[in-house]
Design a protein around this ligand. Structure first.
Ligand code: SAM
Length: 346
């Protein structure tokens, strides 16, 4: 098994059965070896610095109805909000003072009639903080919309593909949403010159090892600059409320595998990791992740962006808790890297 990990480290690819063996193994020494190799590769490329992204949860209004998501359209228990332009700019102002050099605007998916409003907002942020990266994570849109936002000054786009497997995609999403269209969006984003992030939820209902292997293979072939992977966590008002959460261990294995497959990628240790376990964020970093995305949203709206139950938004997960985060990182020999943190092979 260690030979497999060495092969992945040096050739950046394995056969499907070999990925499967790495995901399945119960041998703790093999898992530890995988983590050590991933850490070494992350440190060889990025040192022990962890990049920060300031997450601004723009709106929980969504036209989609993804079965796992707490802000899905048909969840009537959500009190809906959209930040005003002034509120978003105030988040950027505060974030910039705290030292953030990337702002991530994430939200539910809106209709195209609001796309110009987003473009204007992106232009305002670009003008106000010209040295910062602007990342959007606003779902699926026509190519022209992505082009308009890019033109307005957006640099990066996060759009998890969620699962590459067509059948599983169908089980997690309403009729009308297809993996084919999701992948098409990712292609457009890449063509338009965005730094692109793709990725999955780990342990989502009906997911199999085979589908995870398919996801690894897709990511290896698509080569996104950013890889967003987090455990599935149930939300009590969704149709998938009764399913168990995914595991921190399996998510960490995927971070490690992706770090070895795509050494230069930017991999966040996600909020869902921190939500599931007090040491989840650090375990992600020890598996080769090199990004953390503290929450910069106005505090009175954070509870309304409840994608899943008990979502962490305070302490080291919040922009205001940045010192706590730095302290936490220092316990494992890491520190915050305050630079903008673009992928160097970009
Ligand atoms: N609307 C945009 C989109 O679909 O890409 C961005 C917002 S969406 C809420 C951001 C991510 O949250 C999704 O890509 C999904 O992977 C994650 N998410 C949603 N519900 C989740 C859950 N129950 N557990 C874990 N992650 C979840």
């Amino acid at each position: 098994m260690k030979t497999l990990i060495d092969t992945l480290r040096h050739h950046h690819e394995l056969k499907p059965a070999q990925y499967r063996a790495l995901l399945m193994t119960r041998d703790s020494q093999v898992v530890e070896y995988l983590m050590t190799q991933a850490r070494e590769v992350a440190q060889a490329h990025y040192g022990t610095g962890i990049y920060l992204r300031g997450l601004i949860e723009l709106s929980n209004m969504c036209r989609n109805d993804c079965l796992y998501c707490g802000i899905r359209r048909s969840n009537r228990h959500v009190s809906r909000y959209t930040l005003t332009r002034e509120q978003v700019l105030a988040c950027c102002e505060q974030g910039y003072k705290l030292g953030f050099r990337t702002f991530v605007l994430q939200g539910g998916e809106w209709g195209e009639e609001r796309s110009q409003w987003i473009a204007d907002l992106v232009s305002d942020i670009r003008r106000g903080w010209p040295d910062c990266a602007i990342t959007l994570s606003l779902g699926e849109h026509p190519r022209e919309t992505y082009a308009m936002w890019r033109e307005a000054g957006a640099n990066r786009y996060l759009l998890r593909h969620e699962t590459h497997n067509e059948r599983l995609y169908g089980l997690l999403h309403p009729r009308g949403m297809t993996i084919g269209h999701r992948l098409q969006c990712l292609e457009w984003l890449k063509e338009l010159g965005y730094q692109v992030g793709a990725g999955i939820m780990v342990g989502s209902p009906f997911q199999s090892l085979a589908s995870m292997v398919e996801d690894i293979q897709y990511l290896v072939q698509f080569k996104p600059q950013m890889i967003g992977i987090g455990p599935f966590i149930p939300q009590h008002d969704t149709p998938l409320a009764r399913f168990p959460a995914g595991s921190v261990d399996m998510t960490a294995r995927l971070y490690a595998i992706m770090r070895l497959a795509l050494p230069w990628s930017l991999i966040p240790s996600t909020t869902a990791m921190a939500t599931l376990s007090p040491d989840g964020r650090l375990r992600g970093i020890l598996a080769g992740a090199n990004v953390v995305m503290p929450n910069l949203s106005p505090e009175d709206h954070r509870k309304q962006y409840a994608l899943y139950d008990n979502k962490a938004a305070l302490g080291a997960e919040s922009a205001q808790g940045i010192q706590a985060l730095d302290n936490e990182l220092s316990t494992i020999g890491y520190h915050i890297d305050w630079s903008r943190g673009d992928s160097p092979n970009w």
